[in-house]
Design a protein around this ligand. Structure first.
Ligand SMILES: [Zn+2]
Length: 439
């Protein structure tokens, strides 16, 4: 899929700014897996794994230790392994290469503080990080502290066997104990980071912003969902997501999105070199932009099929709802579209929907409320089925029908070759002639 890679490269080149979003898939690519239960856990935490039967790093961070020294031993051992001895490698280098000298901001739920350690300064850590200390008595009032050096000292004393409570960090303003700034009762999101993030968003949200999403789960509501909404709200923005085997792109932004179902490193290589053997998805074809004259013409054509209609945005992203009115003088003529549609009776008289399927079957569906009269409230029309709608026999008023269709689909209507249709459906000859649109 070289084309998608080239397109993605072009998008990177065209962007005014990058919003880089990252979650634990990125940490895992860097060798830090909070959920893994393996030998590495003992390498990092030593005897504490057995002592407390710790399942993984996340469990170790959330455990309620009876002993405050053991709590800090855990933090210190994790920080020693993953922060004090952390040297940004290939992944961070390549990210820097991709960002180049463009404005960027990193929005992450990773608590390892690796982006900062790799020198990325424009950063919002929505779940804090384990290298920052916060006052347990006044988390909002007293300043946060960088604990990198302190945690290393604790580690050294722990290893030497002479760690005491006097070695644990306290608040420089009030002397109360510090806690690491992670989600919990004293968690305080870094307000400097928050306001930097807000000003980045307000500066670029109407410009060509490119969201580069790194290793975020498909159902993530904290970062993924709002960043896709941001893209949906700005026609100039674009979205590149990297997550092996689990891409999830809103239909509403599919024409401005590319997914890489690959490792982050393989996708970075592809974005840098312009080639690579990686699975990609999108961008989806966008509906062609119509000129005002074309729009008028399209509207006129549409009106000959749907005498009166309005189109609203649906309740689901990527869904459009169209209301059409049918009356005795204005049936909806035979036509089809390339996608499936859900038809729902809305109000008024019942409606006869004539369906001519691809495989040569004709059936009549009555849309309405009266079950005794075999009316149904709604049904789904398969793609490429020709339909025509008219007021049910004897009706003298009008009917309104709700049609739900995907917003990303082309709005092109297709009309049948009448002679051919009559050949396939000889018994409906009269009906076809009656409900074929006349020029
Ligand atoms: Zn304090």
């Amino acid at each position: 899929m070289t084309n998608a890679i080239k397109t993605a490269q072009q998008w990177l080149h065209d962007a005014d700014a990058f919003l880089i979003t990252a979650s634990n898939g990125f940490s895992i690519s860097e060798g830090l897996n909070l959920f893994a239960s393996d030998r590495k856990l003992t390498t990092v935490l030593g005897n504490l794994v057995e002592k407390y039967n710790l399942p993984n790093l996340l469990g170790a961070l959330n455990y309620h230790y009876p002993n405050v020294l053991d709590k800090w031993r855990v933090y210190a051992r994790i920080a020693e392994y993953y922060n004090y001895n952390y040297y940004p490698a290939e992944l961070m280098d390549k990210l820097r290469q991709i960002v180049g000298d463009k404005p960027y901001f990193i929005w992450t739920s990773n608590i390892d503080h690796h982006f900062a350690l790799a020198g990325f300064n424009n950063l919002l850590e929505v779940e804090g990080n384990w290298q920052t200390g916060i006052c347990t008595a006044h988390p909002k009032e007293h300043p946060a502290v960088d604990l990198k050096a302190t945690l290393h000292e604790i580690y050294e004393k722990d290893q030497a066997g002479n760690l005491t409570e006097g070695d644990l960090p306290t608040c420089s303003s009030c002397g109360e104990p510090l806690a690491t700034n992670l989600p919990g009762p004293t968690f305080n999101m870094d307000q400097v980071q928050v306001s930097a993030f807000e000003s980045f968003i307000s500066r670029y949200q109407t410009k060509k912003i490119l969201v580069l999403e790194l290793g975020i789960g498909p159902q993530n509501q904290m970062i993924k969902a709002p960043s896709m909404q941001l893209v949906a709200g700005n026609q100039q923005s674009r979205y590149i997501t990297i997550n092996k085997g689990q891409l999830n792109i809103l239909a509403a932004i599919a024409d401005r999105s590319i997914g890489f179902s690959s490792t982050i490193l393989a996708a970075f290589d592809a974005l840098i070199t312009g080639k690579g053997d990686v699975a990609t998805q999108g961008p989806a074809k966008s509906a062609p932009q119509l000129s005002p004259e074309e729009k008028k013409r399209q509207q006129k054509v549409l009106q000959s099929f749907y005498p009166s209609y309005t189109v609203n945005k649906g309740y689901q992203p990527g869904e459009l709802i169209m209301y059409t009115t049918i009356d005795g003088k204005h049936p909806s003529h035979i036509h089809t579209v390339q996608y499936g549609r859900a038809l729902m009776y809305s109000y008024g008289d019942p409606v006869d929907v004539h369906c001519f399927t691809q495989d040569g079957h004709y059936h009549l569906v009555k849309l309405g409320l009266n079950k005794e009269n075999n009316e149904v409230h709604g049904f789904y029309v398969e793609p490429n089925t020709f339909i025509a709608m008219e007021d049910a026999k004897g009706a003298t008023g009008f009917s309104q029908i709700r049609i739900t269709l995907p917003s990303s689909a082309s709005s092109e209507l297709m009309i049948p070759r009448v002679e051919q249709l009559k050949k396939v459906f000889p018994q409906q000859k009269e009906l076809i002639e009656r409900l074929t649109v006349s020029d």
